[in-house]
Design a binder for this molecule. Sequence first.
Ligand SMILES: [Zn+2]
Length: 406
Amino acid sequence: MVGSLVLLAVLVALLAGLAAGKAWERYKLREGRWIDRRKARESPHYILGLNFLVSNQLDLAIEELTTAAGIDADALEIHLILGNLYREKGQVTRAIRMHQQLLRRPKLTKLEHAYIQLCLALDFRRGGFVDRALDAFTEVLRFDADNTYALLNLEKLHEEQHQWEEAHAIRRRLAALADPGQEQKHKAILAFLETQLGQQSLQREEHAAAVARFESAVDLDARAIPAYVSLGDVRRKEGRVDEAIAAWERLIAIAPERAYLVFDRVEAVSREQGDAERFPALCRQLITANPVDWRARLALGRHLAREGRPSEALDLLFDSLVHNPHAMEIHQVVWRALAAVTFDAARVRRYMELTREAVFYLDPHVCMRCRYRSTELLWQCPQCHEWNTFVEERITAAEEGEDDDA
Ligand SMILES: [Zn+2]
């Protein structure tokens, strides 16, 4: 689906571009005769081919467009489209050959050259020829410096290879080209890239550089959640524990629904500092602010169970189950706590009532773009490489139908 949308976008851009440019001259002198170049485009085969294309019937589209191309062997756009269709069908070598042949045509305009090169680059990317794809997209930019489609593809290629610096430079170019209304979207992506760069600095033990990156991420986008997590991590490594806590508390204030990402950290640091109250107080505050927060209940329940208070823990864990009966991680803590109260009969009965309808599962995070599933929250999808597309998939809670916080 995504693939065919991309293909359509290329086609529309291509047709609009060729029509707008002077590429398509109506008449052409060939072998001493003027030929009406509209012939191929006005033939029923061309129109039929495009219709099959729109309804995603690639084989029929290829058949009709091949006939249309036969009417005028010079019809550049039809050959380009045919090459793209072969690529979509997975016949990458054939697509590459067709597009390379088009590139060898004499007297191509700059625009035509850029579009053929773009199609070729897409062939290379599809075929997994990363270096050749990088070269080809870069070549497109030589002819058409503001080609956002080539820039987007280059950015993704760099991201796939964890070349965050290069991806960041390209995203800055895209941001500069975008409408003012799109500014925040670009800033949010730049913030994710800054965070990745910060994490690379952190791996090299360059703390100051890492902090600068994380702070820049937060300046770009106040909701750059992973930047707060990592900022706290650097501060903690440096022994600046109060600053670590401050970074995590900023995350909690800005996105309380993501507070669970730093629960373990806040709990551990508080324990090290001998502050027994901070973590339970945080959980209670989150529960009060959001009565359906099952994660804060789970965290507090786990905390109390560790403190040797399994009865209080079970009350919270059962409350947590009411809001999300399917979450495996709650059940695991419940089992341990039930063992700690030596399987008190009344509590076991309550637990069985709560779980009668439950389906345990571990993979609640789903990419909204490509449906990739993950057991943990990811900021970039490993399949479609889009940023911040994961939502939690929730089976409706057993007792309350509408508390879906996904
Ligand atoms: Zn995805």
